[in-house]
Ligand binder design. Structure first.
Ligand code: ATP
Ligand code: MN
Length: 545
């Protein structure tokens, strides 16, 4: 049964402005949270025992409604703009009070957890959720304290998440009814008007992205990570849908984490920020991704999925709610993990890109210039899916493969990575997990098995003796042959029916890289600029207009 409210629990909440806590449950185990979620009508069970929930109107994060309070803590350090949108401190306080008033007499679920698997860079969290299933999400995604641990701490950061509370933009200073607002002085993240659980996870990622470079000289990274049998660590940077979770979940390597890591100074190595995974499940298949398939069991959550009619079997092909269907499970549900979730200095860095133009090679090696250039560019493609009117795939560039989560200027993170590449011998690879044989609509998605084989070849040194040749426009080094992969696949031009169409598409993509990089060009060193693709001058000018 639920733990009744105690004075000590109220004390924990007082710091967050609560005067009462009459129906508040502290650190419930998964079984009780699942029961509560079912009783409250928040979800249903699937045939494998997972809790299936809908996130409502928002089936993804809402970056335009993510704010940071601008005050003395942040004014001169945060990179303000479209990504880090300033919010007034007094408006924050007003919303905070309104949210407390809204929540105070409701059933509330409190969770105490950590973010940061390394003791030197760890946040103590306190999370208050309106929904029981959100509390289970936090149990799964954040790091779980030992049963004996005293978690009655003064939290380093707290989250108040109330999907049922909507802001009034006219008086509260938000853009619309939903919001996620970080306050680094009060150390509180307020979330309202959205039940997309990923806002909590990525909110805390934003906190660490702000704090770690300042306080620990540690590089926060939007990447997955795993460790091979020889103790060699690899990190996989990439924007959403590029394969961080899928490719780091490798039965032959120990999983460190699937999305957010820190890289400590010196010989410190890497550590996961989280305690669980948040995997996409659209078209999930047991034979292609067996570890993720098997992780969807009691204690796991599946979001925005639908059943095969008349059954409790999840129909992973069903996109009627969203393409962004997800599962959230504790990392311990994956058979082969690193315990604790830390690793040594990486020997391999992969940049994953889902290139819908079909231009970039499935695997290429980057020198320092190209590595820095591609890290700052952060290229991937958004593919036309359910969105009305979108016919062509859209190239997107997001610095450091995660600009939307970065409170500081992207060059700050890029400089730290550059320094680490100077300090440690590390191989950097660009992996196109997107299209081959033509762009989206003509070509096909790269086979997952091929991508896995290419990555394994890079990791196991099979490419050390292989010849590489430069891509004529992008200058990245393309292997001539990789065991287990058709040779013609390696050179994208050879996979296109019409090589001239490839050349045109490659030139178009190169122009987009150059146009995107204009904003860094003035400040970038000649070394970084040497990583830029070659662009015919007329094309470049046409794009720059
Ligand atoms: P997010 O940051 O949103 O969590 P992610 O980088 O972790 O995104 P994944 O969840 O790994 O992305 O999604 C990759 C998706 O693409 C999966 O659904 C996977 O099955 C599919 N996929 C298809 N082909 C490939 C491929 N060649 N390489 C990687 N993933 C592929
Ligand atoms: Mn992922």
């Amino acid at each position: 049964m639920a733990i009744p409210t105690t004075t000590s629990l109220l004390d924990r909440l007082r710091a967050l402005g609560f005067a009462r806590a009459t129906r508040t449950y502290l650190n419930l185990p998964p079984a009780e949270l699942v029961e509560a979620a079912l009783c409250r009508g928040e979800g249903v069970l699937t045939n494998t025992g997972a809790l299936m929930c809908d996130t409502g109107k928002f089936t993804g994060r809402s970056p335009k409604d993510r704010f940071i309070v601008r005050d003395e803590t942040t004014a001169s350090s945060v990179w303000w703009g479209d990504i880090n949108i300033p919010f007034e401190a007094d408006k924050f306080d007003q919303l905070h009070h309104k949210m407390v008033a809204y929540l105070e007499d409701k059933e509330l679920y409190v969770r105490e957890a950590y973010a940061g698997a390394h003791p030197d860079a760890q946040l103590k969290l306190r999370i208050i959720t309106e929904l029981a299933w959100h509390n289970l999400f936090c149990y799964n995604l954040f790091l779980r304290p030992d049963a004996a641990a005293d978690t009655s701490w003064l939290a380093d950061f707290s989250i108040i998440c109330a999907p049922g509370f909507e802001a009034d933009p006219a008086v509260d200073g938000t853009r619309q009814a939903n919001f996620a607002i970080l306050n680094f002085t009060k150390k509180v993240l307020l979330i309202g008007g959205t039940a997309y659980a990923g806002e909590m996870k990525k909110g805390i990622f934003g906190v660490l992205n702000f704090l770690l470079p300042h306080t620990q000289d540690t590089l926060p990274m939007h990447c997955s990570a795993n460790i091979g049998a020889r103790g060699d660590a690899a990190v996989f940077f990439g924007l959403s849908g590029t394969g961080k979770t899928t490719l780091s979940t490798d039965p032959n390597r120990h999983l460190v984490g699937d999305d957010e890591h820190g890289w400590l100074p010196g010989q410190g190595g890497i550590f996961n920020f989280e305690g669980g995974c948040y995997a996409k499940v659209i078209d999930l298949a047991a034979d292609k991704e067996p570890e993720i398939w098997q992780a969807i069991k009691f204690g796991s959550i599946v979001e925005n999925t639908r059943f095969v009619p008349g059954t409790r079997t999840v129909d992973y092909a069903n996109k009627s709610v969203t393409e962004n269907t997800r599962t959230a499970y504790p990392i311990t549900y994956i058979p082969n993990i690193a315990v604790p979730s830390v690793g040594p200095v990486p020997t391999h860095i992969f940049f994953l890109t889902a290139d819908a133009t079909g231009v970039l090679p499935p695997l290429s090696k980057l020198d320092k210039s190209h590595a820095m250039y591609h890290f700052l560019s952060g290229y991937t493609a958004k593919v036309a899916g359910t969105e009305m009117g979108v016919v062509e795939p859209q190239a997107t560039f997001s610095a450091c493969f995660g600009a939307v989560f970065l409170p500081l200027h992207p060059t700050r993170y890029a400089e730290m990575l550059g320094q680490k590449m100077d300090e440690h011998p590390v191989s950097v690879w660009l992996v196109n997990t997107g299209w081959t044989g033509g762009g989206y609509g003509t070509g096909t998605r790269m086979r997952l098995s091929h991508t896995r084989t290419l990555i394994t070849a890079a990791l196991t040194g099979q490419l050390d003796a292989v010849k590489f040749r430069s891509h004529p426009l992008f200058g990245v080094q393309v292997p001539a042959a990789v065991p287990g992969v058709p040779t013609e696949l390696l050179d994208p031009r050879r996979t296109w029916a019409d090589p001239a169409a490839y050349d045109q598409a490659a030139s178009n993509l190169a122009s987009k890289f150059v146009a995107n990089f204009e904003k860094y060009a003035a400040a970038a060193s000649p070394e970084i600029l040497a990583g830029a693709p070659l662009v015919a001058e007329p094309a470049r000018q046409a794009f720059a207009v």
